[in-house]
Design a protein around this ligand. Structure first.
Ligand code: ADP
Length: 444
């Protein structure tokens, strides 16, 4: 500041000296005026340069102070320019930092597996992530500032939004939901700030499906157990109330034994399934021979054929290349035996059942069960491995089926890295095969 005064005083002095030199006594006053005028001109030039620089900085596209070079000036105006530049630089740094924090936050919301929509106080979309765009069919750019109620027109959602009661979520169909492939969304709104709202959406199709399957499963199990239980309690009541003769009594008792066996088989199959689902995948250290598996299957098939038919079936077992299989013996046997007993149970008396094993060229091993039974219509094939799915309910029950056999086979195959193939045509018999991966097969 002292410099400024000194320069001003110097200008006045120079004007005074000049005025005196030109007009002696009459010249000192115009000289002083001229000196202060010159000082004013220089000062205004400095201010003009400073203002020009500030204007250029402001009109610049880049943030203020980021690229502009402050004019080189001395004195007070130089200091003003320097301090202004520093303030602008620090503001710019803060701006850049908060911008990058905002970008990171939006990137995190973008990566969220849930849909996120930010709504302003009027319910208009301010921002939404990719998942929300997919859930509701929004266009993340075009639909900004559109009212959400105009874009999501589901009545349940409209009522939910209007109620302003957001303690619970609302379940609505997704934008790409079709009757064949229904998509269910759980939408929850959270209020924040001054009337703003955060809308979260979650795809719950799989959860709903699992819940529906669980309900079906419980209903099926209850039904399967209730039927033999009803029969059993009916017989017990008859035995308790009626004076029966010995032959009748023993017939009733054998029917009761049949029903209790049915319940036992069902419970055993259910336990097998839950064990398969709950236990870790089998290792590849335990080896079993295909010949031992075949011997067990053959024994069981012949016994079953003798029990359910008078004449029996034409059963053949072709062992092929003797091999060993890696896995859990009880599981592999249970899968093979299910396929073999199914073939016996569903093939009419005198029909053919061929069980074989072959080592494929690529080292995999195929276990095949072919029968000359009624065959299966194509529409049933994809659903055969569902729990309790049966085509012929009465035949399944008559022969002691639970509807869980093929579900067990599928699980065992999956756990051993094997594939289950089913080929069948009505009237032309069926072919069920399990192909074990080369890593689990070795020749003996
Ligand atoms: P189930 O205990 O009823 O036999 P599965 O899961 O083993 O249950 O089989 C499902 C359904 O597949 C059976 O109810 C039956 O209708 C059909 N099925 C299975 N194997 C055969 C076969 N070899 N021939 C014809 N139908 C079969």
């Amino acid at each position: 500041m002292i410099n400024r005064w000194l320069v001003f005083a110097a200008c006045l002095l120079a004007g005074l000296v000049l005025g005196w030199a030109i007009a002696a006594k009459d010249g000192w006053l115009p000289g002083l005026v001229l000196g202060s005028f010159v000082w004013l001109i220089f000062d205004s030039l400095y201010i003009a340069r400073l203002l020009r620089w500030l204007r250029e900085e402001q009109s610049n596209e880049t943030p203020i102070g980021a690229t502009g070079v402050a004019p080189v000036m001395r004195g007070v105006w130089g200091e003003v320019a320097d301090r202004t530049r520093r303030i602008l630089r620090s503001r710019d740094r803060q701006y850049q930092e908060s911008q990058s924090r905002l970008d990171e936050l939006l990137a995190a919301l973008q990566a969220s597996p849930n849909g996120v929509v930010l709504l302003d106080a009027q319910g208009r979309i301010e921002w939404c992530n990719q998942t929300a765009s997919q859930h509701f069919g929004f266009d993340a750019k075009r639909d900004v500032l559109q009212h959400i109620a105009n874009l999501v027109r589901d009545p349940a959602f409209t009522a939910y939004l209007a109620s302003e009661q957001f303690s619970q979520d609302v379940v609505i169909p997704g934008s790409f939901s079709t009757p064949a492939r229904p998509v269910k969304l759980s939408v929850h709104v959270h209020a924040y700030g001054k009337g703003r709202k955060l809308l979260l959406s979650r795809d719950i199709t799989a959860v709903e499906l699992a819940e529906a399957m669980r309900r079906d499963f419980v209903a099926n199990v209850s039904h399967e157990i209730r039927t033999p239980l009803t029969v059993l309690s009916g017989f017990i009541e008859t035995l308790q109330t009626l004076p029966l003769k010995e032959p009748e009594r023993s017939r009733y008792l054998s029917l009761m034994a049949q029903q209790s066996l049915r319940m036992q088989t069902l419970v055993n199959d259910l336990l097998t399934l839950s064990r398969l689902e709950g236990s870790p995948a089998p290792g590849a250290n335990e080896w079993m021979t295909t010949s031992a598996l075949f011997a067990q299957c053959e024994q069981e098939a012949r016994a079953l054929s003798g029990v359910i038919t008078a004449q029996g079936h034409q059963l053949s077992f072709e062992l092929g290349t003797p091999c060993e299989l890696a896995g859990v013996q009880t599981e592999v046997y249970s899968a093979m035996s299910n396929l073999v007993t199914n073939a016996v149970r569903y093939t009419p008396e005198g029909g053919q059942v061929l069980v074989s094993w072959q080592l494929l060229d690529d080292g995999r091993g195929e276990f095949v069960v072919k029968d000359s039974g009624p065959g299966i219509a194509p529409e049933h094939l994809p659903r055969l491995t569902e729990r309790f799915y049966r085509i012929d309910r009465s035949r399944s029950r008559e022969t002691g089926g639970t509807g869980l056999g093929l579900a067990i086979v599928k699980h065992v195959a999956q756990r051993h890295g094997a594939e289950l193939h089913i080929e069948s045509q009505p009237g032309h018999g069926s072919r069920f095969s399990i192909i074990f991966p080369a890593a689990r097969v070795r020749q003996t």
